[in-house]
Design a protein around this ligand. Structure first.
Ligand code: RAM
Length: 402
C-alpha cells in the first residue's frame, strides 16, 4: 500500500523532474550497485514499477539480427545503437561512495538492457579517489583489451598519459561526472552545465545566508575536476555581481570524499569561524557528513550543496531542527546510463565525440537523441540535464529513487 502511494507520487514527481531536465532511471538498479543505500533498492523497484514510460522505453536486443545488434526502443520511436559485442568499462572516482555506485548501476543496467552479457561490462573501482589509483585501473583495462573506458576523473591532467596509452591501443575513451583535458577523451558526459551548477549553489548561499555574512565550501579532493570547476564558477559569479558583495568566503576545505575526513573538516570550520553562516558542500559525501555534524550539534550554521536525496532526507527541512533547507543534484543512475550509451556510440563509430554529433540514449532525454555541444572552452560535452532542487516538498519522494 505504502509503495503504491509512493509510486503515484513518484510518477508525478518524475514527470515534473523530466520537465526540469532531471530524468528517471532507464533501468532497475542492480543489487550490487545499491549496497550503500537500502532506500535506493526499494526506490529503484518503485521507479521501474511506477513509470510505464520507463518500462516501455527500456532497450532490447534486436530479435531479428541473431547477432549483437541492439535497438534502443523509446516510446514512439526506435533508434538503433548498433553493435554491442564489445567490452565496456567504467572507472568511477572511488569505491564506497553511494553516488558512484548508483552511477555504476546505471552504466551496467543500460548495457544489460542493450543485450550485453555480464562479462562484457566491467566496473573497476580505484582503491581511493586519486589519479594514481585510477592509472593502475586504466592500465589493467588496457591489458585486458577492453573496447571502451568511461572514467570519472580524479584529476584534470594526471590521467593524460594513461588515457593516451588507451587511445593508442584502439580503446575509445570518454569521461563522465568529472572531466580530463579534452585532448585525452572523445567526449565528456556532463551531469549539468558548470555555469548552471555554480549559479544554483551561489544563489543558495546568498538566499540561505540572507544575502550577507561568512560562508565556507566543503569540497571533495583538491584535484577533483568537477568540484573545482563548480567552485571556480561560484567564485566568478560572486565576483561579477555586486549582489554577492556582502558575502565572504572564509575557506575551501577538502574532505576527500571520505566521510570521516569530511566530518573532521566540518568540525574544524565551525571551530575556526565562529561567525560562519553557511557551508556549501558540492559533493554528496561532504554534504551528508556536514549535515550530520550540524544537526547533531543543533548548530545555527546552515548547509546547502549537492546531495543524494536518500542520504539527506533526515536533514532537509525549513526549521531550526534541520541543517539543510535545500540542495541540488541530478540523477546519478541516468548519468551512468549516458556514459554507457556514449561508450557504445564511440565504439561503433556512430559518434567521434565532436561538437554536433548526435546519438540515441534509450529513454534518457525523453527518448530524444543527445547532441554533443561545446562547453565554455570549446571542448565537447553532452549535458544530461539541469541541476534539480530538493527541498521539503519533494525530498521524501526522491529519497525513494536515489
Ligand atoms: C560526489 C562525487 C561526485 C560528484 C557528486 C556530486 O559523490 O565527488 O563526483 O558528482 O559528489
Amino acid at each position: 500500500m505504502k509503495r503504491q502511494v509512493v509510486s503515484v507520487l513518484l510518477t508525478a514527481t518524475m514527470a515534473a523532474g523530466l520537465l526540469a531536465g532531471c530524468g528517471s532511471s532507464s533501468t532497475t538498479t542492480s543489487q550490487s550497485a545499491s549496497t550503500g543505500s537500502s532506500s535506493g533498492t526499494s526506490a529503484s523497484t518503485s521507479t521501474a514499477a511506477s513509470s510505464s514510460s520507463t518500462a516501455a522505453a527500456s532497450t532490447s536486443t534486436s530479435a531479428t539480427s541473431g547477432t549483437s545488434e541492439a535497438v534502443a526502443s523509446t516510446s514512439g520511436s526506435t533508434a538503433s545503437v548498433g553493435d554491442v559485442s564489445g567490452t565496456y568499462a567504467l572507472v568511477p572516482k572511488s569505491a564506497g561512495n553511494p553516488f558512484n555506485e548508483k552511477e555504476a548501476s546505471g552504466f551496467q543496467d543500460a548495457l544489460k538492457a542493450l543485450g550485453c552479457k555480464d562479462d562484457q561490462i566491467i566496473v573497476s573501482y580505484p582503491d581511493s579517489a586519486t589519479a594514481d589509483a585510477q592509472i593502475t585501473v586504466i592500465q589493467s583495462l588496457i591489458s585486458q583489451g577492453v573496447s571502451s573506458i568511461a572514467v570519472a576523473a580524479n584529476d584534470a591532467s594526471a590521467l593524460d598519459a594513461a588515457l593516451k596509452q588507451a587511445s593508442d591501443a584502439g580503446i575509445k575513451v570518454c569521461t563522465l561526472d568529472s572531466d580530463v583535458d579534452a585532448d585525452y577523451r572523445s567526449v565528456f558526459c556532463n551531469q549539468a552545465g558548470v555555469q548552471e551548477i555554480g549559479q544554483a549553489l551561489m544563489d543558495a548561499v546568498y538566499d540561505i545566508s540572507g544575502g550577507s555574512g561568512e560562508y565556507a565550501i566543503l569540497s571533495a579532493t583538491s584535484q577533483a575536476t568537477n568540484q573545482n570547476a563548480w567552485i571556480d564558477a561560484m567564485k566568478k559569479i560572486a565576483e561579477s555581481d555586486d549582489k554577492y558583495a556582502d558575502l565572504k568566503l572564509d575557506e575551501i576545505a577538502y574532505g576527500d570524499d571520505e566521510a570521516q575526513k569530511s566530518t573532521d573538516q566540518t568540525q574544524a570550520l565551525l571551530t575556526k569561524y565562529p561567525n560562519l553562516k553557511v557551508i556549501c558542500s558540492p559533493t554528496t559525501v561532504g554534504i551528508a557528513a556536514a549535515a550530520k555534524v550540524l544537526q547533531d550539534q543543533k548548530s545555527s550554521v546552515k548547509l546547502t550543496g549537492l546531495g543524494l536525496p536518500s542520504e539527506m532526507k533526515e536533514y532537509i527541512g525549513d526549521d531550526d531542527s534541520h541543517s539543510c533547507p535545500y540542495m541540488f543534484l541530478w540523477n546519478p543512475i541516468d548519468l551512468g546510463a549516458l556514459g554507457a550509451y556514449a561508450s557504445v556510440a564511440l565504439v561503433n563509430g556512430t559518434i567521434t565525440g565532436k561538437v554536433g554529433d548526435t546519438f540515441s540514449a534509450g529513454d534518457l532525454n525523453d527518448g530524444n537523441p543527445y547532441k554533443v555541444t561545446a562547453n565554455s572552452d570549446g571542448a565537447s560535452e553532452v549535458i544530461l540535464g539541469q541541476p534539480f532542487k530538493f527541498d521539503p516538498s519533494n525530498i521524501d519522494e526522491w529519497a525513494a529513487v536515489y
